[in-house]
Design a protein around this ligand. Structure first.
Ligand SMILES: Cc1ncc(COP(=O)(O)O)c(C=O)c1O
Length: 486
């Protein structure tokens, strides 16, 4: 038995060399990467179906297995043929950062467990506030993604509300439910958060949108007034800075005014679109975001970070500490050197945390924010290009109007009935998965099923967009002729 789990220097060097060869190979063929590899679920499960390995495997042989079963079968999230959900392709320097970060294995929870990593996270919070024009005094924390960022924002909102109503002392007895408001287009992470926080989704008012999928402000006002008249206590509005379906941005200034008028918290879900507000041409669309009490952002979307990293920003550090600080003897800082150390465990739910901010810090330093913004702009330009190609084609129909990088459309072919169009588009999803060349998923707009292409990936070009439409057309034509001949 070895005295530790470490390899000899030579063995480690061989492993690292082989690993970098594998990484280089990924990037060498990234432009040709298929969107999806269609293997039956049972086959994929069978590759990993073995008892707990008790004996060791040679690491180089293990890397061969990893290449065959994991790397070569990976969904094409890096490459230009991924349009499903919001997959931003990652970036190379963050991959290096993640590797270095695990190498030194810092725990970004207490300052003295990761001094540089704590200061880096604080700096990334500051830079993020600057990117989106939020207050320079913002407090913030890196979390796993947009869902966790909204849960964090709403946790703080609820706790501040509890303090205002002395609920910690009085409990909820005798109180009618407090209510949360958002549009029907709001991401499901708001429902999950409302449910996890014990508010209950019956108290989540999903208000209708206008034709641009932005929350209808008159309906929102009316709903709040009706709730107050019925004895409910409206406490929070969740605004959208880019909805998941179409990238719609609510009127955030108006939401902030409504929230103020009723003494409510404004949380903005900017997971998808918040960061692109840094582009001067879009700034006005996001007016009012700086007034939000909390903002959810996702760096594994429009900052092109590898999974997973999101961020919650709030107006100051104190509200985070009020929500998350718990005294514990084993964490006590009173015996430590007295300085201005910020303890992340006192400002977030997690105790042990990896240093997620490190990869953001390294990418901002390596590429510079101007270059990242240029990539964001390219994503927007390519989306406008896709919209134009769809609009000017005879066999596709554009179904959304977005300022951001999502385009929803349908295949309409030629001479298909409306029922056949619905069927072809629904059948396109599994057919395109089987085909694998591009990966795209769908959603519903006003109850109608549409294909939804998300174009956040710095490796895409006009040629990738043409390829997407060519592949969808090719698969759709085969489906249509099958339908017509049945
Ligand atoms: C608007 C919006 N909010 C929240 C989320 C959830 O983010 P995550 O998947 O990082 O939890 C998404 C994901 O696409 C989103 O688009």
């Amino acid at each position: 038995m070895n005295h530790s789990l470490d390899y000899s220097p030579q063995e480690l060097s061989d492993i690292l060399q082989k690993t970098s060869d594998l990484v280089l190979e990924q990037y060498a063929k990234v432009d040709q990467q298929d969107g999806f590899h269609h293997f039956p679920q049972a086959e994929v499960a069978s590759w990993f179906d073995e008892p707990l390995p008790r004996a060791s495997t040679n690491a180089l042989a293990l890397l061969d297995l990893v290449k065959q079963r994991v790397l070569d079968t990976a969904t094409g999230n890096l490459g230009p043929n991924m349009y499903a959900y919001v997959m931003a392709g990652g970036n190379q320097i963050s991959t290096v950062a993640d590797f270095l970060c695990s190498t030194i294995n810092q725990n970004a929870t207490k300052w003295h467990l990761g001094a540089a990593m704590t200061e880096i996270e604080k700096r990334v919070v500051k830079w993020t506030a600057e990117m989106i024009g939020y207050t320079p005094d913002a407090g913030g924390v890196m979390v796993s993604g947009g869902s966790a960022a909204t849960l964090t924002g709403l946790t703080v909102a609820r706790n501040i509300f509890w303090r205002k109503h002395n609920i910690n002392k009085n409990g909820l007895f005798g109180m009618k439910p407090f209510t949360v408001y958002c549009s029907t287009e709001t991401h499901s992470s708001t429902d999950k958060s409302v449910s996890l926080l014990g508010i209950g989704t019956n108290q989540l008012r999903r208000v209708a949108t206008d034709t641009d999928f932005k929350i209808d402000l008159d309906k929102l006002q009316l709903q709040i007034e009706q709730d107050i008249a019925a004895g409910f206590t409206p406490f929070c509005i969740v605004g959208n800075a880019g909805t998941v379906n179409t990238g719609a941005i609510d009127d955030l200034t108006a939401l902030s005014q409504i929230a103020k008028q009723h003494g409510m918290w404004l949380h903005v879900d900017g997971a998808y679109g918040g960061l692109v507000s840094s582009l001067p041409e879009l700034k006005t669309k996001y007016a009012g975001m700086e007034l939000a009490d909390s903002i959810a952002l996702d760096f594994h979307k429009w900052l092109y970070q590898p999974f997973e990293i999101g961020c919650t920003l709030v107006h100051n550090w104190d509200v985070l500490r009020e929500s998350y600080f718990k005294q514990a003897d084993y964490l006590d800082t009173s015996l430590e050197v007295k300085t201005d150390r910020l303890e992340f465990n006192e400002h977030y739910f997690q105790l042990s945390r990896n240093a997620k901010a490190f990869k953001v810090w390294m990418s901002l330093k390596a590429y510079g924010f101007t270059q990242i913004q240029a990539m964001m702009q390219k994503d927007l330009d390519l989306t406008r290009y896709l919209e134009k190609q769809v609009r000017t084609s005879k066999d596709f129909e554009l179904k959304s109007r977005s300022d951001l990088a999502i385009a929803c459309f349908r295949y309409i072919g030629t001479g298909l009935s409306s029922e056949q169009i619905i069927r072809v588009n629904q059948e396109l999803i599994p057919a395109l998965e089987t085909d694998g060349r591009v990966f795209i998923t769908g959603t519903k707009l006003n109850g109608e099923f549409v294909l939804r292409a998300c174009i956040i990936n710095h490796r895409k070009s006009e040629a990738s967009i043409d390829y997407l439409l060519d592949v969808v057309r090719d698969v759709a034509q085969k489906l249509s002729s099958k339908l017509s001949s049945n």
